[in-house]
Write a protein of this length. Structure first.
Lengths: 411, 301
C-alpha cells in the first residue's frame, strides 16, 4: 500500500521544493553539504563533526532515508518491529522516508534534513565525495567489532582508512522465475537477455523484465563477462568505452524482449501475478512476498554470478540529530535487529552473530537461505568512476550510465 | 475608529483596489512566476555527474542535452499522446454535452452532471489503479474478449506496432484509454457550458432560413461552442503533457515528459535537466494557445 502513495508524496515533494526554492532563503536548514565544493577530496570533510555528548542524551528524534521494507515498526506485520523498542529505550522518535532507487537517496540526502541513509554501494561513494555524509567515529559504536569482517573495511564505505558508515544488510539481485514455466531453475541470465524458447514452448519475448536503474547496465556487463571473454571485462562497474558499448548493445537487444522494466517492487509483484511475466532480475523481498502469497515463484543466482547490494547506514554531514543517529547506528547492528531485517527483506545480515538464532524470525537456517554463503559470487553495486582500478582512468563514469540507460529503456 | 477607517478608504478607491489585489498579485508573482523563474534559472546550471551536485555556473549544455534524439522522441511521443487524448475526448464529450445542454430534462441533467463529476470526488491514484485490473493481461477486458471469442481480434490489435504490446496495460493504448477516462470530465463540462449559451432562437432562425440540420450544426452551433471545446482541450492537452502517474503505471517503460522530469528531478537529482525539460511543455502550450487564438477561440471572451 505504501508505494501507492509514493507518487503523490513525490508530487508534494516536488511542489514543496519548488515553493521553497522560490522563496529563496527559506531553506535555512539546507545542508552544509552544498557549501563544500564538489571537487574537493573526501578528506576535506571534518573529522566526526559532533563531539561525543557526555550523557548520550538523544535529541528526541532521528530521520532516516531507507529502502522500502528496511525499517519496520510492525505496521505490516506486528512481529516485524525493530523501531518501537529503540524509541522507548532511547526516546528518539524514528521517522523513515522510503526511497526506491539509489539516485533518489542521493537526491534526498543532498536536499538535506535527514540524519541517516541506508546507502547502497552505487550511492555511498557519491555521497562521500560529494561531502554529503560525514566520517563515523566507530569508537562510539561499541558493537562495530561484531560486524562481518568481510564488510568492516569494505571499499564502498571506507575511503583512505576512514569509515563513512556502518554496514546494514547485503544480498544478491536474484533471478526470479515462475516455477510453472521453469520446472528446473534456469542456470543462466540468458533467459532475460537473449531471445529463447522457454521450457513451456513459448518465446520469452514480452515475458521478461529488467531493473529500471542505470546500475542495471552492470548486470548486462556481468553476463558479457562470462559470455564474451574476449571483451576482457573484469569488473562490471569498471568498463572501458568498448565494453560499455557492448553492454549497451546487449541492453538494446533485451529492450526488444522486455516490454517494461521494474522500479517499484509492488508493481513487479503485480506484473508477476497478473501480467504474465515469468523471469526477471529481482530482490529476494519480492520472491518472499510472492511465495507467501502462494504464487509459483522461486529464485536463483545463475552461473554468471549476480550483482548485489551491500548497504551501509551513513550519516549526513549536516545531521540535525547526531546523538540519536549514533544510537540508531549502534542499534542497527544488534544481532536480533539484523536477523529480523534479514528475515523480512530476504537479505543477509551484516553481523554473523545474527545467523546463530539471535532472531527467531530468521532462525538458524535463514542466513544460508538468503545467500549468506554467496558473498564471493556477488559483484556489489558501486559507483562507476573514471578510475578503472588498474591505473587506467578512461572508464565510463556514472552520468554517462544514467544518460545511456534512460535513452535505451525510456524508448 | 471603524467609521474613520471606512471614510478614509472610501475617499481613496485606488488604495482599496490595491489592497484587494495585493494578496492574489503576491501569490501570482511569488509562487507562480517566482517558481517558473527559479526553474528557468536552474535550467542554465548543470549537474556534476559523479557527486550528484548541481554546479551553479551558467551553461547551455543542459539544453543541448534536450536535443539528443532520445529526448526529442520523448517530446514527440508526449505531444502526440496529448493530441490523441484531446481529440478522443472531444469526440466522446461532444454528444453527451450536447444532449445535456439541449435535450435532457432538468432531472436528467442533474443526474448526468453528477455522474460526470462523481469520479472527481475519489482519489485519482485509486481510479488509475483500478484500471490496472481492467487492462491487465488477466484482467476484465481480456477475460471478456475470451468469453465472446474476440481474443483473436484483441491479439491482432496488440500485435500492431506503436499501439500494441504484450497486454493492454503494457501498451500505449493502455495509457491512452486511462488518460481519456481521467480527463473526460474536464472536456464535457466546458463544452456543455458553451452549448448552453447558444441561443435557441439562432438555431430556429437557421432552420427557418432553410438550413439543413447538418448545416445548422456546422455553421451555427459548432462555431459558437468552439470556445468551450478549446477550453476543454486546454485542460486535457496540458494535463496529459505533464502527467507522470499514468505513464509510470501503464505502458512499456517509455518515457513521457512528466515521467522524465520526475526521473531527473526526483531520482537523479538532476534539477537542471528536469527544469530544462519543463520548458518543453511550456513552449508547446504557448504554441497551442497561439494557434487556438488564431482559430478565434478567445474571441468570445
Amino acid at each position: 500500500m505504501k508505494s501507492r502513495f509514493v507518487f503523490s508524496l513525490l508530487a508534494v515533494l516536488v511542489l514543496t521544493s519548488l515553493l521553497l526554492s522560490a522563496c529563496g532563503g527559506a531553506v535555512t536548514e539546507a545542508p552544509v553539504a552544498t557549501e563544500s565544493p564538489a571537487t574537493e577530496a573526501p578528506a576535506a570533510t571534518e573529522a566526526p563533526a559532533t563531539e561525543a555528548p557526555a550523557s548520550m542524551e538523544g535529541e528526541g528524534e532521528v530521520a532516516i532515508v531507507a529502502w522500502p521494507a528496511y525499517i519496520e515498526r510492525g505496521a505490516n506485520d506486528p512481529a516485524y518491529d525493530w523501531v518501537t523498542a529503540f524509541e522507548t529505550e532511547t526516546g528518539c522518535k524514528v521517522t523513515v522516508k522510503e526511497a526506491a532507487t539509489s539516485d533518489e537517496m542521493v537526491a534526498l540526502m543532498t536536499a538535506g534534513g535527514y540524519d541517516l541513509v541506508t546507502a547502497s554501494g552505487d550511492a555511498s561513494l557519491r555521497l562521500v565525495y560529494g561531502g554529503t555524509v560525514q566520517e563515523i567515529d566507530i569508537s562510539k559504536i561499541p558493537s562495530y567489532s561484531n560486524v562481518d569482517p568481510r564488510l568492516q573495511d569494505a571499499p564502498w564505505h571506507t575511503v583512505d582508512g576512514k569509515h563513512y558508515g556502518v554496514p546494514y544488510q547485503w544480498g544478491p539481485n536474484v533471478l526470479m522465475y515462475n516455477t510453472e514455466v521453469f520446472p528446473e531453475a534456469p542456470t543462466s541470465w540468458s533467459v532475460v537477455f537473449e531471445e529463447t524458447t522457454l521450457p513451456d514452448g513459448k518465446s520469452n519475448k514480452d515475458r521478461v523484465q529488467g531493473y529500471s536503474g542505470p546500475i542495471y547496465i552492470a548486470d548486462a556487463a556481468l553476463y558479457l563477462k562470462a559470455r564474451n571473454p574476449e571483451l576482457g571485462i573484469t569488473d562490471p562497474y569498471e568498463l572501458t568505452e568498448e565494453q560499455f558499448n557492448a553492454a549497451l548493445d546487449l541492453l538494446r537487444q533485451q529492450r526488444e524482449l522486455a516490454p517494461k522494466y521494474w522500479g517499484d517492487y509492488l508493481l513487479q509483484i503485480e506484473d508477476f501475478t497478473s501480467e504474465g511475466f515469468v523471469a526477471s532480475s529481482s530482490w529476494p523481498l519480492q520472491v518472499n512476498l510472492l511465495q507467501a502469497d502462494g504464487q509459483p515463484i522461486a529464485s536463483v543466482v545463475p552461473e554468471e554470478g549476480a550483482t548485489g547490494w551491500a548497504d551501509t547506514t551513513m550519516m549526513s554531514a549536516a545531521a540535525p540529530h547526531p546523538t540519536c543517529a549514533y544510537l540508531w547506528l549502534e542499534h542497527s547492528i544488534d544481532p536480533k535487529v539484523q536477523g529480523d531485517v534479514a528475515s523480512w527483506f530476504g537479505s543477509a545480515p551484516a553481523v554473523p552473530a545474527a545467523c546463530g538464532g539471535a532472531s527467531e524470525l530468521l532462525g538458524t537456517e535463514g542466513c544460508a537461505a538468503n545467500g549468506f554463503d554467496t558473498f564471493d559470487q556477488i559483484y556489489f553495486w558501486k559507483t562507476p568512476i573514471a578510475d578503472c582500478g588498474n591505473g587506467d582512468t578512461s572508464c565510463v563514469t556514472y552520468d554517462r550510465w544514467t544518460e545511456e540507460f534512460t535513452a535505451i529503456v525510456g524508448q | 475608529m471603524l467609521n474613520r477607517l471606512s471614510t478614509f478608504l472610501y475617499l481613496r478607491p485606488k488604495l482599496v483596489l490595491a489592497l484587494l489585489l495585493l494578496p492574489p498579485l503576491i501569490w501570482f508573482l511569488v509562487v507562480y512566476i517566482g517558481s517558473l523563474f527559479t526553474m528557468l534559472v536552474n535550467s542554465f546550471f548543470y549537474l556534476d555527474g559523479f557527486t550528484g551536485q548541481v554546479v551553479r555556473e551558467f551553461t547551455l549544455k543542459t539544453y543541448a542535452k534536450l536535443l539528443i534524439p532520445a529526448n526529442v522522441q520523448i517530446f514527440a511521443r508526449t505531444t502526440s499522446m496529448a493530441v490523441a487524448v484531446t481529440l478522443m475526448s472531444i469526440v466522446l464529450a461532444f454528444p453527451l454535452a450536447y444532449y445535456m445542454a439541449r435535450f435532457a430534462s432538468a432531472r436528467m441533467k442533474t443526474f448526468l452532471y453528477l455522474a460526470v463529476t462523481l469520479p472527481l470526488w475519489s482519489s485519482y491514484v485509486v481510479r488509475v489503479y483500478s484500471w490496472k485490473l481492467i487492462l491487465a493481461q488477466e484482467g476484465i477486458i481480456s477475460w471478456f474478449a475470451r468469453l465472446v471469442h474476440l481474443d483473436g481480434l484483441l491479439n491482432w490489435y496488440l500485435s500492431l506496432p506503436v499501439v500494441g504490446g504484450p497486454s493492454l496495460s503494457v501498451s500505449a493504448t493502455g495509457i491512452f484509454l486511462v488518460f481519456v477516462y481521467i480527463w473526460l470530465p474536464y472536456m464535457i463540462i466546458p463544452i456543455q457550458t458553451a452549448l448552453e449559451r447558444v441561443p435557441k432562437s439562432l438555431i430556429e432562425a437557421s432552420s427557418d432560413l432553410g438550413a439543413t440540420p447538418v448545416q445548422t450544426f456546422r455553421t451555427v452551433i459548432l462555431p459558437l461552442a468552439f470556445p468551450g471545446v478549446i477550453a476543454g482541450s486546454i485542460f486535457t492537452f496540458s494535463l496529459t503533457l505533464g502527467d507522470f502517474i499514468v505513464p509510470s503505471l501503464f505502458g512499456n517503460s517509455s518515457f513521457y515528459i512528466g515521467k522524465a522530469v520526475l526521473t531527473y528531478q526526483g531520482t537523479s537529482g538532476n534539477i537542471p535537466l528536469a527544469a530544462a525539460f519543463t520548458m518543453g511543455p511550456i513552449i508547446i502550450m504557448s504554441i497551442y494557445l497561439l494557434v487556438a487564438r488564431k482559430l478565434g477561440a478567445f474571441d468570445a471572451l
